[in-house]
Design a protein around this ligand. Sequence first.
Ligand SMILES: NC(=O)c1ccc[n+]([C@@H]2O[C@H](COP(=O)([O-])OP(=O)(O)OC[C@H]3O[C@@H](n4cnc5c(N)ncnc54)[C@H](O)[C@@H]3O)[C@@H](O)[C@H]2O)c1
Length: 377
Amino acid sequence: MSFITHIPGIQPFQPAEPAPVQKGVGVLGLHEGRTLLLAMNRVAHARPVAACDLSPEKIAATRRELPDLFYTSEYDELLKRPDVDIVAIYTPDQQHGEHIARAFAAGKDVLCTKPLVNSLDDAARILAAGRASGRKLMVGQSTRFFEPFQRQRRDFAAGACGDLELADAHYIHRMDWFYEKSPWAATETDWVFLGLSHPLDLLRWYLGPIESVHAFGRRSDLGARFGVQGFDLYTVNVRSADGRLGRALGHYGCHELPSARNCIELMLYGSRGTSLAQYHDMRYLRTAPDGTEVREDSLYALRHYYFNSEVHGMHYGEFANYLEHFARALVDGTPHAPGLEEGVEVVCLMEAARRSARSGEPVALAPLLEQVGLGHG
Ligand SMILES: NC(=O)c1ccc[n+]([C@@H]2O[C@H](COP(=O)([O-])OP(=O)(O)OC[C@H]3O[C@@H](n4cnc5c(N)ncnc54)[C@H](O)[C@@H]3O)[C@@H](O)[C@H]2O)c1
């Protein structure tokens, strides 16, 4: 096994130089949304201008850190502002549909955290609203934008894995602290959206359109104690339209064993090689062409950029990376991903997994895609 302990070219973190044209960002929801605001010193093509939350305490806390923004508890006040080009949405899952539709109606481009929405009705609504407005949307799929997953993608695109044959992803995280902070997580959404949005999006990213899903679910003891309405333990098998296989696992009531298994991992098995990306230890493992295992560990090189030198797991770097990707695409007119249609497709995939876990039967995606307006008929 060879180890890369120093990554050439990685410099200490420096704030980004502002680009000549920057998009103004208004952030809605100041828990995870605060992370995006603070991370914007890493972003060249966007700048923070406004923030909104119903909670005066959240506004006061964010104002102490960023005093020069416009603050409001009224979403319409944020939407009215001409200096807000992009509305970035970090409200609870079940409110995303309403908040996205209103942002489109106000003529704004939209960055929405995962999950994009958590029902097919909302998926249909935002797809129609986005098409009618002609504005752009990007889903803030943070895992795609975390360092090891970016490296894994670059190698994959360069052909290092050969033809992908199996993708295996999981997101496993004990969530009692989350229910205490955000009780809506137990009753207003489902872990297939809140948690499995990470591994299911990764499967869609690598396997392309998914044709069918077979899932099982259960409620953990911890989930039952917090009154979780759906399942908080899922195993999901998928088959892509071109016949390749993927598997996603989610468990939100477990006792973690972090040195054995990071909370998010993506394993790619290809005809020429295998690779593994990990969140949050920031490791990327891969096979070299001669079969040697290569391990890239960028935690100490990049922990300030990704974690603000805080405890593992905050999302400064990923949020900055995806905002920069989206804002630069808007300024330059280049593509961005995952966009509205791909995001809605992943919502259909999550809903198919939820339905399959309820019935125990495989679920085909085509009727769900048709229902939301993504059918090819
Ligand atoms: N890796 C990631 O990208 C990641 C990580 C965690 C959470 N999330 C997502 O971010 C979203 C928010 O999660 P969180 O952990 O910050 O939740 P949270 O409950 O801690 O915070 C939500 C915030 O939104 C505010 N809010 C609620 N309704 C509002 C409204 N109508 N108008 C204005 N403000 C309102 C609340 O006061 C609160 O401050 C969720 O959709 C969650 O799934 C994404």
